[in-house]
Design a protein around this ligand. Structure first.
Ligand code: GDP
Ligand code: MG
Length: 187
């Protein structure tokens, strides 16, 4: 009993609230990635907004508990002025592009600059090349994106919200990159 209580106490104490925002062009699969991660489902036609401004999911990585508060852009990608609402207070940002649409990869650079200029000074940055299940339609080579991510010190993976490829892994990688203690938490 005592051991159980102690374990419970440790879990509560080490629970960290982490705000993560998803940025990127419309249609690249941001909402689908959130749905896959939070509910492990996929819909071929998602409504343009998911209704809620954020969803939460708790995971345990290396014995530490992370409660992710994930902010999707709710179809407001066009309105850049709204972006600070999503990235303000974020410990991490995931910039998503679509591997079958080169223009969406070019747009990643714009989001990186926006975050560097106006975002939190310390933020874990991840780049996700989504829809990697559509190999025949590929326009962006994995190594090009990988190289860019390395240059700017970002986490990188190709994902598929449809087949669930690398979606939990993406959040695991982010959890491992977060600075220790409460420097990345929402106060
Ligand atoms: P958002 O505008 O960035 O939130 O993109 P959505 O999540 O709404 O996805 C846009 C479209 O791409 C939808 O029709 C999704 O079903 C589709 N989609 C999203 N992720 C994937 C994926 O990994 N593979 C494939 N084949 N389609 C996807
Ligand atoms: Mg969306």
């Amino acid at each position: 009993m005592k051991l159980v209580a102690l374990t419970l106490k440790k879990n509560i104490m080490s629970m960290r609230d982490i705000k993560v925002c998803l940025l990127g062009e419309s249609g690249v699969g941001k909402s689908s990635i959130v749905m896959r991660f939070v509910t492990n489902t996929f819909k071929s036609a998602l409504e343009s907004t998911i209704g809620a401004s954020f969803m939460t999911k708790t995971i345990v990585v290396d014995g530490d508990t992370f409660k992710f508060q994930i902010w999707d852009t709710a179809g407001q990608e066009k309105y850049r002025a709204l972006a600070p609402m999503y990235y303000r207070g974020s410990a991490a940002a995931i910039i998503v592009y679509d591997v079958t649409r080169e223009s969406s990869f070019h747009a990643v650079k714009g989001w990186v600059h926006e975050l560097q200029r106006h975002g939190p000074s310390k933020i874990v940055l991840a780049i996700a090349g989504n829809k990697c299940d559509l190999e025949d339609l590929r326009e962006v080579q994995e190594r090009d994106a990988q190289e860019y991510a390395r240059e700017i010190g970002a986490i990188f993976c190709e994902t598929s919200a449809m087949t669930a490829t690398n979606v939990p892994e993406l959040f695991d990688k982010i959890a491992r990159m977060l600075p220790p203690e409460d420097s990345g938490s929402i106060s």
